[in-house]
Design a protein around this ligand. Structure first.
Ligand code: SF4
Ligand code: SF4
Length: 352
């Protein structure tokens, strides 16, 4: 699908991509430099990987939305960064060399990759649990309308971003009209059997704060959201995970522009919790970029901090050597405080 069609399908947008505006922050190096210049202490520990349990594949940066907090700088204009069928096949060959139980497919809006369904089916054929990180609104776009039933028939877990169960908070972050579309998509998922306690139709919502503060208590928010969405919209879901916003990409831009950058970083640093270290996603997840480069996590991927073998070679899916990768040191920098603050924050939500 080309960019103009995506443009037509998308609603009013919260912003545009850093790349399309030729913003200095479109450069990963500049983002790291902005964080490095702050008068803060550095991330204090060296992290080492455990066995790969989750194989996370980022199939591209194309998205029908352009949310303000996006750590990917995704949008309708990001048509070039799209995983090819050839790279997907390399991912599958690499997956066969691991004992990973879960394949976590992300983007952008991963469903917009033309090989998305092929990838899902190939992972399922290998007996993997497949998770789709879905922005909800994409399920209302032409080529994706049948996906709720398609996912349900296959037992794919859907992990959906919805910053808040109130319209205003969601639309501020993701663009006017997003909330109504998200509710419509959730209703379609409910109709397909999702969000009603069936382990083969698991529907997880992802909350991230709408502002420069840490995510609240995950359990109490889950209760509040379940009540709010059921009472106001008749929508049900299985679980809610709460993520901190990472101080990179478009959220970093917003922090700078709103004068919140230093204060937010101080909040993250002061809330450093060593109890989160064991559960950090970089320890049990390998992240594959759209071009086959390998990273410790999706955040390092966006900052172009490649995972490296012990001899310094950047790792790529075409020469995937899991045993040697297990000897690497995880690449850390100040953005890592976003994962270790408070209850911690990973792709699976709070850690501690
Ligand atoms: S946050 Fe998600 S839905 Fe929003 S622009 Fe980024 S990838 Fe797309
Ligand atoms: S950003 Fe988080 S997940 Fe990634 S390397 Fe740092 S601590 Fe680990």
């Amino acid at each position: 699908m080309g960019a103009p069609e995506i443009e037509k399908l998308s609603g009013p947008r919260a912003t545009t991509s850093l790349v399309s505006r030729a913003s200095p922050l479109a450069s990963a190096r500049e983002q790291l430099e902005v964080l490095r210049r702050l008068p803060l202490k550095d991330f204090p520990v060296e992290l080492r990987p455990a066995a790969i349990d989750i194989f996370q594949i980022n199939v591209g940066k194309l998205c029908n939305m352009t949310c303000r907090h996006c750590h990917v700088d995704a949008g309708p204009d990001r048509t070039l960064e799209m995983m090819s069928r050839e790279t997907i096949d390399l991912c599958l060959a690499a997956l066969d060399k691991t004992d990973a139980k879960t394949v976590d497919i992300t983007g952008g809006a991963p469903e917009l990759n033309p090989h998305f369904r092929y990838l899902v089916d190939a992972c399922l054929a290998r007996g993997k649990h497949v998770m789709d990180r879905c922005n909800l609104t994409v399920l209302l776009t032409g080529p994706c309308r049948d996906l709720p039933e398609w996912f349900a028939a296959r037992g794919v877990e859907i992990v959906c971003s919805l910053p808040h169960y109130r319209k205003r908070n969601t639309d501020i972050q993701r663009g006017e009209g997003t909330f109504e579309k998200s509710i419509a998509a959730l209703k379609r998922l409910n109709t397909a059997g999702y969000g009603q306690g069936d382990p083969r139709r698991r529907l997880t919502l992802v909350h991230n704060p709408v502002g420069a503060f840490l995510a609240g208590d995950q359990k109490s928010m889950e209760r509040e959201w379940k009540e709010g969405l059921a009472a106001n919209y008749g929508v049900t879901f299985d679980a809610l995970i709460a993520l901190n916003n990472m101080p990179i990409s478009r959220f970093l831009e917003w922090l700078q522009a709103s004068g919140n950058l230093e204060r937010y970083m101080e909040v993250l640093v002061n809330a450093y919790n060593p109890g989160t270290l064991q559960g950090l996603m970089c320890r049990n997840t390998l992240s594959v970029g759209w071009d086959g480069r390998l990273f410790d996590c999706d955040f390092n991927q966006m900052l172009e901090l490649d995972a490296r073998y012990a001899d310094g070679r950047p790792a790529h899916i075409r020469d995937f050597e899991p045993a040697k990768l297990g000897e690497r040191a995880i690449v850390t920098a100040r953005h890592c405080f976003g994962c270790t603050a408070g209850a911690g924050s990973s792709c699976g939500g709070a850690i501690a």
